[in-house]
Design a protein around this ligand. Structure first.
Ligand SMILES: NC(=O)c1ccc[n+]([C@@H]2O[C@H](COP(=O)([O-])OP(=O)(O)OC[C@H]3O[C@@H](n4cnc5c(N)ncnc54)[C@H](OP(=O)(O)O)[C@@H]3O)[C@@H](O)[C@H]2O)c1
Length: 241
């Protein structure tokens, strides 16, 4: 057993954490006492952000290179995590791309639909499965899929078909895994950060501060035993699938 086991609140991996909501989730988890594996597809950006978050929080933050759209990168990163720290309690599938915002569903760009699925759905799903063995060793395994209200089927409107379908698929994955893992102490949920002022949301006019959007994700990542599973939440409040 790795000697780090049992220290602190546990180990949390956040994807796409070099900027935006992911970096803020990493910061808040570090402040909460988690050892954070701050991952990004560009290793240098991961290192720079990990240093920044560690300096700002005084927490244990280390960089991990991980491109969730690349199955080989997922395999390699998962192997690294299994080797060191050899523990994982929280996985935040945050990495995401908006490839076709505003594009009509009647005139889709199928390449853009595929790219949204590759990152937002297959990336999160593959990574979760690759890390499942390690998560199963945790006393409190938590998986948060950073989704979007745009992926809610019940109230879904038009446009942005790739982004919407990728987040709807992610939400289905939340339901499937939460059901199958319910007997093993897992809490698996989807979280919508809301319309947040980041590189993704800001150009469309989002005003919500990133700290607030991230807080609802961190809440799901740090749920106590007996907390909800298989849900879809924004700012701690259930939203329609
Ligand atoms: N902002 C909003 O209003 C809003 C609303 C609802 C949901 N969301 C969701 O919240 C999550 C974070 O969004 P954000 O607003 O923080 O977006 P952002 O500022 O555009 O940041 C996206 C992050 O994902 C990373 N990423 C993209 N593709 C990746 C890949 N293949 N592998 C690893 N990392 C990858 C980016 O890395 P690079 O720097 O390398 O590109 C970046 O770190 C996304 O899943 C998004 O869909 C956002």
């Amino acid at each position: 057993m790795n000697e780090d086991k049992g220290k602190g609140k546990g180990v949390a991996l956040v994807t796409g954490a070099n900027r935006g909501i992911g970096k803020e989730v990493a910061r808040q988890l570090a402040l909460a006492g988690y050892e954070v594996l701050l991952s990004a597809r560009d290793g240098e950006k991961a290192s720079a952000a990990a240093r920044e978050v560690a300096d700002a929080t005084g927490g244990a933050v280390r960089a991990l290179e991980l491109d969730v759209a690349d199955p080989g990168s997922i395999e390699l990163a998962a192997r690294r995590v299994r080797e060191d720290p050899g523990r994982l309690d929280v996985l935040v599938n945050n990495a995401g791309v908006g490839t076709d915002f505003g594009v009509s569903g009647t005139a889709p760009d199928f390449g853009a639909v595929q790219r949204a699925l590759d990152t937002n759905f297959f990336g999160a799903y593959r990574l979760t499965i690759e890390l499942l063995g390690l998560l199963r060793e945790s006393e409190r395994p938590r998986v948060v899929n950073v989704s979007s209200g745009m992926g809610g089927v019940a109230e879904m409107g038009g446009w942005s078909p790739g982004y919407r379908v990728s987040k709807a698929a992610m939400n289905a994955m939340t339901r499937i895994l939460s059901t199958e893992l319910a007997g093993e102490g897992f809490l698996v949920n989807s979280g919508c950060p809301g319309f947040v002022n980041t590189d993704m949301g800001g150009p469309m006019g989002a005003q919500k501060p990133v700290e607030e959007g991230a807080a609802g994700i961190v809440w799901l990542a740090t749920l106590p035993d007996g907390g909800p599973t298989g849900g879809f939440f924004r700012d701690g409040t259930p939203v329609a699938f």
